[in-house]
Design a binder for this molecule. Structure first.
Ligand SMILES: [Zn+2]
Length: 423
């Protein structure tokens, strides 16, 4: 007897009329037209069943702090950093935990079941680290939270950051972060990349750095990141987040750089909502978009994910944990409007970030965890277009969130009584 049998589902790769059989929290079979007794069955009615969304880049310690102690009036990166500095002394363990848990509720409702969150370690109390480690344990039954030790004020620039970062790793934070473009000089930025990659190699950890989040085409720390990844044998274990300076770099230099990144099997995370709002702020017109070169990175064979980065915090007043909104923005900013490119945008919030996070047993295949989302859309492109209700969200075969489909009722002469925004 199966625990769960889902029938008539469409999968993200285009296969239609598929059945998914679940036993003991795992997928045991995926095939068309399965019939077997099950405790619970669900007719997907041809709708899209996707593996859960994965956010490769987030800041859970600042999320949902909107308005504390005041709102970012200009909306700029620099006012955001200043605001975070004002908020930090007032943070409490319980307030961080409460906001983080609330955001995880939102995430689950959106079908987002794995998040890599940076946590600021430039606080000698390590308040946010302790709080998010507690949240990680608390949400583990329903959401995978992976933490990155992030030295927001610069691992070399801030006097206690390196010691704090190592303490955070000792406490169980599992990924080494960095911010080379924020160090005092280019040279110190390079030194920080080397130091942090060596630390990760020594401890057998993954790396994910905020790297070159700048419009300065000479901000080339990604080159150094690729070098040390290759030198230390960390291929496939290192991610460069943002990489916005690549938007402004010289094309010839990028053609050399992409090959180095591919050699290092460097992961890439673009954060389209944040990049399009924070970059290009010093421009008059034309204003640069600032997002990294996603189509070219994909063509070079790199794994590229789209991240949410911020929700209702000092840097960004908007957002709701909806990775379809994130991917939709990425699609527009990168002009990835071909059918194949739109599907790649869907992969950039599902399979690609799952690879960057080294998530185990992720996907819709026998042996994988029975974690999936039923969307009120018929395929990935329609999901990106409509950002529809996540009808049911499953974790280990259990339904943990439901949202009703809500067609709009119409009262128009001679017209249908409702519309679902479909042809
Ligand atoms: Zn970030």
């Amino acid at each position: 007897m199966l625990d769960l049998l889902i029938q008539h589902a469409t999968l993200p790769d285009g296969r239609q009329d598929q059945s998914i059989a679940v036993q003991n929290g795992r997928i045991v079979d995926v095939a068309p037209g399965l019939h077997a007794p099950a405790h619970d069955t669900l007719d997907a009615q041809g709708l899209l069943l996707s593996p859960p969304f994965v956010d490769a880049h987030f800041h859970l310690d600042s999320a949902l702090s909107y308005g504390q102690p005041r709102v970012n009036q200009s909306g700029t990166l620099l006012e955001g950093i200043a605001l975070w500095g004002e908020l930090k002394p007032h943070l409490t363990h319980d307030a961080i935990v409460e906001r983080a848990l609330r955001y995880c509720d939102w995430a689950v409702g959106r079908g987002l079941l794995a998040i890599r969150s940076h946590v600021d370690v430039c606080d000698d109390r390590l308040l946010a680290v302790q709080a998010l480690l507690q949240v990680k344990r608390q949400v583990a039954p329903y959401l995978d939270l992976q933490l990155v030790a992030f030295p927001q004020d610069g691992v070399l620039r801030s006097p206690t950051a390196l010691a704090n970062l190592k303490r955070a790793l000792d406490l169980g934070v599992e990924v080494v972060g960095g911010i080379p473009h924020f160090e005092r000089t280019m040279a110190q930025g390079s030194d920080s990349v080397q130091l942090l990659c060596e630390l990760a190699a020594e401890r057998g950890l993954l790396v994910d750095m905020h790297c070159d989040e700048s419009d300065d085409p000479m901000s080339r720390h990604v080159e150094t990141l690729a070098l040390h990844t290759q030198r230390l044998g960390l291929q496939g274990r290192v991610t460069g987040s943002h990489l916005t300076s690549m938007h402004s770099m010289d094309n010839y230099y990028v053609s050399k750089l992409l090959a180095l990144m591919a050699e290092a099997d460097l992961g890439v995370v673009a954060n389209p909502l944040i990049n399009i709002t924070l970059q290009g702020r010093h421009d008059s017109y034309p204003k640069r978009r600032g997002m990294t070169r996603v189509p070219e990175q994909l063509a070079a064979g790199l794994t590229v994910a789209f991240g949410q980065d911020c929700v209702m915090d000092p840097w960004y007043s908007l957002g709701s944990g909806d990775l379809l909104e994130v991917a939709s923005m990425g699609l527009h900013v990168a002009q990835m409007t071909s059918q194949a490119a739109m599907r790649q945008c869907f992969e950039a919030i599902t399979t690609a970030p799952a690879r960057l996070l080294h998530l185990k047993d992720y996907g819709l295949a026998p042996g994988c965890h029975a974690d999936f989302v039923l969307l009120d859309a018929r395929d990935p492109v329609e999901a990106l277009r409509l950002k529809p209700a996540r009808l049911r969200v499953y974790r280990r075969g259990q339904c943990i969130a439901q949202t009703a489909a809500s067609p709009t009722q119409l009262s128009l002469p001679g017209r249908p009584e409702a519309t679902q925004f479909r042809l």
